[in-house]
Design a protein around this ligand. Structure first.
Ligand code: SF4
Ligand code: SF4
Length: 124
């Protein structure tokens, strides 16, 4: 749905307290539910979590706490990280008690190699 253009003057805009509810413009509101997957928020990261599968106990603590649903799981087991949407907050690394996750700089060789492998896997 596109935003309605306001026809108010600058003074009328300042006097917003006199607006009726119908006159208040939509602003930055997402009205269509379920669209978060369309936004590739992984580009916001400055650090990325790396997963060491051999250390992982599939406890799902990272999955529970990830604010972006970026821990990938299949059949009750962790399968990886959704780097298209992981914002690099580091919560999963703090929650993991088994040293299966660590944060590294996006510019590190490890991060670049992981990102390249992720892209390759997606394209496969
Ligand atoms: S760094 Fe944050 S957003 Fe990324 S997987 Fe971990 S908890 Fe989720
Ligand atoms: S918190 Fe650590 S051990 Fe548990 S599922 Fe996540 S990566 Fe694996």
């Amino acid at each position: 749905m596109s935003a309605k253009k306001t026809t108010k003057t600058a003074q009328e805009l300042i006097d917003f307290e006199s607006w009726t509810s119908e006159e208040i413009p939509n602003g930055a509101v997402c009205e269509d539910a379920g669209n978060s997957a369309l936004y590739i928020t992984g580009g916001w990261r400055s650090e990325m979590p790396l997963w060491t599968k051999d250390n992982c106990k599939d406890c799902m603590l990272c999955w529970v706490h990830c604010p972006d649903s970026s821990i990938l799981v299949a059949d009750g087991k962790m399968t990886g990280i959704d780097y298209d949407h992981c914002k690099g907050c580091g919560v999963c690394v703090i929650e993991c008690k088994f040293e299966a996750l660590e944060m590294v700089s996006e510019s590190s060789d490890e991060a670049r190699a992981t990102a390249a492998a992720y892209e390759q896997e997606k394209g496969a």
